[in-house]
Write a protein that binds this ligand. Structure first.
Ligand code: UGA
Length: 441
């Protein structure tokens, strides 16, 4: 245990907090750093500031070992750590498709000032290709230890909702390095993970940066592909649900990320494909990923089309109609509402004059803050009370398990739009519901 490097994790959001907690549980001494003193205090007192299944229990466990603490002090982190992970966000810029690197630059700068001995800085954030090379220069110019500080890139592939499993036992690890020493440091820092036989791909910095955006672009493309097929199904009377199942039997295609519906949202896929397109254009190879604009376009159309279905079910006008919106988070098992398709649809309907009431098992607080114009219910059933139409927007298990008769007893009309293909159409229709789903007759 003694030859294990001491770790710091800069940025304690979904990615960083999970990484810090899991590494401490796996036996490392870890200091988590965040510029938000509120977050630091919460984490130190054993409270995870966001919803992630399994993480609160692990935080308690990690704090009990005495190996984990959180601070807002970069000097503390610089003095403590041998390997420093950068886990801050890279959201989309307000007025451009490009990634906003303010937080990455600030984190690296604040840390580098306090690096007075040999250390490895490891980027985990999703960044435009070429960022790592720039940051390596920046660190060298700022750090008192100069050339003694190296930079590596270790993209993170964790999914919200499965963050603990994805961190403890990832499908693969990518180590973007420029020296054998950096690779050795990373191997030590991930020894318990690698001991489980997790494959490692060692690359240069730019390949490591690209793996991440290439993976997310591929996933987005797969989702939009099946949703494009849904558009064709809609005008031909074919059933995209059956189509997807039939495609999935081909092992070369596979069924994962081939679920049709309202499409992708969240803090990653949408902004990553936009930033990638923008970066490729800067590099003069925009044509190579020009199709990602179409992927984005297909994805946006799903939201508009879901709104259309609700309007159609209401007889062509939603003004004054009561719409029960089930779901706010961008996907189940998360309280994350960044670019959430559910809230986009709910807000659009409200903008058309509908009286929209939203319910989500985890994302209510976040939704209320960002969408104060919407109504909010106490439960799925309470939300559906007197509804003219119910629209399922996030496929939480508790929504899948709703009994159509129980819900039908409280609504004004038995009309439902299944935005996520989460319900058994025959069962709902059998209970007298007018059931509509994108790409299904
Ligand atoms: C995604 C990637 O899956 C992770 O590998 C990556 O690490 C992460 O982004 C990131 O860049 O940090 P995440 O955003 O947590 O993870 O969510 P996903 O599970 O990928 O789902 C993204 C969206 O696609 C959700 O809105 C989901 O509802 C939608 N989706 C997913 C579909 O519409 N259809 C599908 O078949 C699958």
């Amino acid at each position: 245990m003694n030859n294990r490097p001491r770790l710091t994790v800069i940025g304690t959001g979904y990615l960083g907090a999970t990484h810090a907690i899991c590494m401490a549980v796996m036996g490392f001494e870890v200091v988590g750093v965040d510029v938000d003193p509120g977050k630091v205090a919460k984490l130190n007192s054993g409270e995870v500031p966001f919803f992630e299944p399994g993480l609160p229990e692990l935080l308690t466990k990690a704090l009990e070992t005495g190996r984990l603490r959180f601070t807002a002090d970069f000097a503390d982190a610089g003095a403590f750590g041998d390997v420093h992970f950068i886990c801050v966000g890279t959201p989309q810029q307000r007025d451009s498709p490009a990634a906003d690197l303010t937080y990455v630059d600030a984190a690296v700068t604040s840390l580098a000032r306090h690096l007075t001995r040999r250390a490895l800085v490891v980027g985990k954030s999703t960044v435009p290709v070429g960022t790592a090379a720039r940051l390596a220069e920046l660190i060298r110019s700022i750090a008192p230890a100069g050339d003694q500080v190296e930079l590596a890139w270790n993209p993170e592939f964790l999914r919200e909702g499965f963050a603990v499993d994805d961190t403890m036992k990832p499908d693969r690890m990518v180590f973007g390095v420029t020296s054998a020493w950096a690779e050795e440091q990373l191997r030590s820092a991930f020894q318990p993970v690698l001991a489980q036989g997790v494959p490692v791909k060692v690359t240069d910095l730019q390949t490591a940066e690209l793996v991440k955006v290439a993976a997310n672009s591929f996933l987005a493309t797969k989702i939009s592909y099946i949703n494009a097929m849904a558009e064709i199904c809609e005008v031909t009377g074919a059933d995209v649900h059956d189509l997807a199942e039939a495609l999935a039997y081909d092992e070369r295609i596979g069924g994962k990320f081939l679920r049709p519906g309202l499409g992708f949202g969240g803090g990653c896929l949408p902004k990553d494909i936009r930033a990638f397109t923008h970066r490729a254009e800067e590099l003069g190879v925009g044509q190579a990923v020009g199709f990602l604009r179409e992927i984005d376009g297909i994805n946006r159309r799903r939201r508009a089309r879901t709104v259309d279905l609700v309007v159609e079910l209401c007889g062509g006008d939603v003004a004054g109609k009561k719409v029960a919106a089930l779901g706010a988070a961008f996907k189940p098992n998360s309280d994350d509402i960044r670019d959430a398709p559910a809230l986009d649809v709910a807000a659009t309907l409200a903008g058309m004059g509908a009286q929209v009431v939203v319910y989500d098992p985890a994302a209510m607080d976040n939704a209320k803050k960002q969408y104060p114009q919407l109504g909010y219910g106490e439960s799925a059933l309470a939300t559906a009370q007197d509804a003219d139409v119910v629209v399922l927007l996030t496929e939480w298990t508790e929504f899948r398990e709703i009994d159509p008769d129980t819900m039908g007893a409280v609504t004004a009309q038995r009309r439902i739009v299944d935005g996520r293909h989460a319900l058994d159409a025959a069962r709902w229709r059998g209970a007298g519901w007018e059931y509509r789903a994108l790409g299904r007759p």
